[in-house]
Ligand binder design. Structure first.
Ligand SMILES: Nc1ncnc2c1ncn2[C@@H]1O[C@H](COP(=O)(O)OP(=O)(O)OP(=O)(O)O)[C@@H](O)[C@H]1O
Ligand SMILES: Nc1nc2c(ncn2[C@@H]2O[C@H](COP(=O)(O)O)[C@@H](O)[C@H]2O)c(=O)[nH]1
Length: 217
C-alpha cells in the first residue's frame, strides 16, 4: 500500500476550545446547544453536575449528572470542579476531569453555564474560552418560552423571570451577544462564531515552525 507523503502542515495542531453559551433562563441556550451538538460531532458537551430535580425527558449522565447536595459538597471538597455556583436555589458545577485532558488533545467543549461559572472559567483558562451570550427578543417572549416549555411550575417560572433582568445585566462580560429571535438565524450566527474561533492563530500549535519552513529560502 502506498503511504501518504508527510506534509509540513501535518505538524499543525489545535488546542481545544471552551465554547460557553449563557443567557437568562428560557432564552434558548439548551435548544441551540442541542442543535450544535447534533450538527457537529467534533463538539462535546461538558456535562455539569447539579442538585436540581430531573425534568421530564432529561437523562442522567447526558443532560446533567444529577447528584444529592451531599455528593455535590463532597465533590467541591475534593476540588473536582473547574467552577461551580448556586443558581435558582440549586448547586451546579463543571467537573474538571473530562475537560482538562480533552483540551490538550484538541477536543472542543460546549458549556451551558451561567455568568458566575463563565467568570470563573475565564479567570482560570482565559485563552481557551469563547463566551457567547444569548438574549431573548423581548421580556414577554422570554415568559412565553418558559411557560410554553411546560417543564416548570408557575413558582419556578416566576423565580426565573424575577432573575432575568439580573442575568441580562452580565451581557458585557461576554465576547459575543446574539439575539435569539428566529432560531435558525441564531443558530447560523452561533455556528459562524464557533467556526471562526476554531481558526484563530493563537489556538494553532506548530504554526511558527510551519511558517518558518514555508519562508525558508
Ligand atoms: N428562537 C426561538 N423561538 C421560539 N421558541 C424558542 C426559541 N428558542 C428556544 N425556544 C423555546 O423556548 C423554550 C426555552 O428554551 P431552552 O430550554 O433552550 O432555554 P434555556 O435558555 O436553555 O433555559 P434554561 O436556562 O432554563 O435551561 C423551549 O421550549 C424552546 O423550544
Ligand atoms: N455556573 C454553572 N451554571 C450552570 C451549570 N450548569 C448549568 N448552569 C446554569 O444553571 C441555570 C439553570 O439551568 P437549568 O438547566 O436548571 O435550567 C442555567 O443558566 C444554566 O446555564 C454549571 O455547571 N455551572
Amino acid at each position: 500500500m502506498v503511504q501518504p507523503t508527510p506534509q509540513m502542515s501535518d505538524a499543525l495542531h489545535r488546542r481545544g476550545l471552551m465554547f460557553i453559551l449563557s443567557s437568562p433562563s428560557g432564552a434558548g441556550k439548551t435548544t441551540i446547544s442541542r442543535m450544535l451538538l447534533d450538527g457537529d460531532p467534533a463538539l462535546r458537551l461538558s456535562v455539569s453536575a447539579t442538585t436540581r430535580p430531573m425534568r421530564p425527558g432529561e437523562v442522567d449522565g447526558k443532560d446533567y449528572h444529577f447528584v444529592t447536595q451531599e455528593q455535590f459538597d463532597r465533590m467541591v471538597e475534593a476540588e473536582q470542579f473547574l467552577e461551580w455556583a448556586h443558581v435558582f436555589s440549586h448547586s451546579y458545577g463543571t467537573p474538571k476531569a473530562q475537560v482538562k485532558a480533552g483540551l490538550r488533545e484538541g477536543q472542543d467543549f460546549l458549556f451551558d453555564i451561567d455568568w458566575q461559572g463563565t467568570q470563573q472559567l475565564y479567570q482560570k483558562l482565559e485563552t481557551d474560552v469563547v463566551r457567547v451570550f444569548l438574549l431573548p427578543p423581548s421580556i414577554d417572549e422570554l415568559r412565553r418560552r418558559l411557560t410554553g416549555r411546560g417543564t416548570d411550575s408557575a413558582e419556578v417560572i416566576a423565580a426565573r423571570m424575577e432573575r432575568a433582568r439580573a442575568e441580562i445585566s452580565h451581557w458585557d462580560g461576554y465576547d459575543y451577544v446574539v439575539v435569539n429571535d428566529d432560531i435558525d438565524e441564531c443558530f447560523a450566527k452561533v455556528c459562524e462564531i464557533l467556526h471562526a474561533e476554531r481558526m484563530k492563530r493563537a489556538r494553532q500549535t506548530g504554526l511558527i515552525g510551519f511558517v518558518r519552513e514555508l519562508m525558508r529560502p
